[in-house]
Design a protein around this ligand. Structure first.
Ligand SMILES: [Zn+2]
Length: 420
């Protein structure tokens, strides 16, 4: 039986299961689409909106899709919630490192840990396990490629700050086939500026600071094609790919009007497209990690305008992944966040701001698309909170994301596809 006919036969069953789960099919993902959930699992596209929880997604929905609209990330047919607390002796609120370790290893650990346990012992990581199973692997982010969230899938270190060591492990241990994002400063020793000059005007603190030698040269010697501009990225074809498009993050995270910039040289969607076209040639499948870091960083700065911009860029990357999965039903797509950031709420537009001025002052009003109405964003902190994060999923095993789970559940689902 061909896949197509099997899917057609199963579609009514799946539609019934979706209805039983209380999910509406009144969105553009049809019962036939939901049937894609029965494809044999081979690929995983895991997407992190860093710092993104329910209020961030709702703000983006109003701003980008309108009162009756729906984001692509919210149309994925299965949804649930994840709790994010770490095993940290000092705090119940996670950072990106402990949260990503939970995803990549299934183990709770302390903040700052990159896939090591609470005693500092290295743990098996999904990025390496997928490689051992014969799959291609990749990571795409608007943060440093060696930042905590991607790092936990491809490295082990007791300290998330050792980003040059994380880069070294990428090249010498876990060898992801595609590495696209920022963080050139960690790949080159002090004094060797690279494609992105040291001490640029937009942030004079940025400068090469690696202690592991010229890792870009090492990457080339190990067969990576190295690119540093969008044009070079577009021209790259096949093989292993290293693209570094900035000294640190691919944006400048600051409060409104204080040098805040979100203008990555290569967009998250563009990087995701290139990664998919590169990785998808492997018949054994692939694992791709995709991250929009600007949501978290601008939420830390309580910068609602730039946060909404970053959410819009994430949404475009989700659409790329969703479109890929539509024609490759052996692909699981998961969209979630590692933790909440900002203690964010979506509020009415009125004159008073109960939480006062300073860093937690309201932002907005922001227009609601297609209506004369607007909303405000209100913050309670410039840090992370323990609020749940929504998770939505499409494709094989997506139904396992329904319900409420600890964030280690991500590992337990992804491992079913990636470890064999
Ligand atoms: Zn953060």
């Amino acid at each position: 039986m061909t896949f197509r006919s099997r899917r057609w036969l199963l579609a009514p069953v799946v539609a019934g299961a979706v209805a039983a789960a209380g999910l509406s099919l009144a969105n553009p993902i049809t019962a036939a689409d939901a049937g894609a959930a029965k494809g044999k699992a081979r690929n995983v596209i895991f997407i992190n909106g860093d710092g993104m929880a329910a209020a961030h997604r709702e703000a983006a929905r109003l701003y980008l899709a309108g009162l009756d609209g729906q984001l692509t990330m919210d149309k994925l047919p299965y949804s649930g919630q994840l709790t994010t607390s770490p095993h940290d002796p000092k705090t119940p609120i996670t950072d990106s490192a402990a949260a990503a370790t939970a995803w990549a290893t299934g183990e709770k650990t302390y903040n700052g840990a990159i896939s090591v346990d609470v005693d500092g012992n290295p743990l098996p990581v999904l990025g390496a396990q997928a490689k051992a199973a014969g799959k291609s692997t990749g990571l795409v982010t608007t943060a440093q490629v060696t930042d905590a969230s991607p790092a936990a899938f491809f490295a082990n270190t007791a300290d998330r700050g050792k980003q040059d060591e994380i880069a070294r492990q990428y090249l010498e241990v876990t060898r992801p086939d595609v590495i696209l994002g920022g963080g050139e400063d960690w790949w080159l020793p002090a004094g060797k500026a690279g494609a992105y000059p040291d001490q640029p005007a937009e942030d004079p603190s940025e400068a090469s600071k690696g202690t592991k030698g010229d890792l870009i040269a090492e990457a080339k010697s190990k067969g990576y094609r190295y690119v540093s501009t969008a044009a070079e990225l577009q021209a790259a074809k096949g093989g292993k790919l290293l693209g570094l498009f900035g000294n640190e993050e691919l944006f400048q995270q600051r409060a409104e009007g204080q040098g805040d910039v979100y203008a990555p040289p290569a967009s998250l969607a563009t990087m995701t497209e290139k990664a998919l076209s590169t990785l998808s040639t492997n018949k054994k499948g692939f694992f791709l990690f995709v991250e929009e870091e600007g949501i978290d960083e601008f939420a830390h700065n309580n910068n609602g305008t730039r946060m909404l911009q970053a959410l819009g860029e994430l949404e475009k990357a989700v659409a790329v992944a969703r479109n890929y999965a539509a024609s490759h039903p052996d692909t699981l797509v998961v969209v979630t966040g590692d933790h909440e950031c900002g203690g964010l709420t979506v509020e009415d537009t009125d004159a008073s701001d109960e939480s006062g001025d300073g860093i937690s002052a309201e932002d907005g009003p922001f227009p609601i698309k297609g209506s004369g109405q607007s909303f405000k964003l209100d913050w309670t902190t410039s840090g992370h909170t323990g609020a749940d994060v929504p998770v939505t999923a499409y494709g094989p095993l997506a139904e396992q994301f329904t319900g409420k789970h600890p964030n280690t559940h991500v590992h337990d689902v992804l491992a079913q596809i990636l470890t064999h």
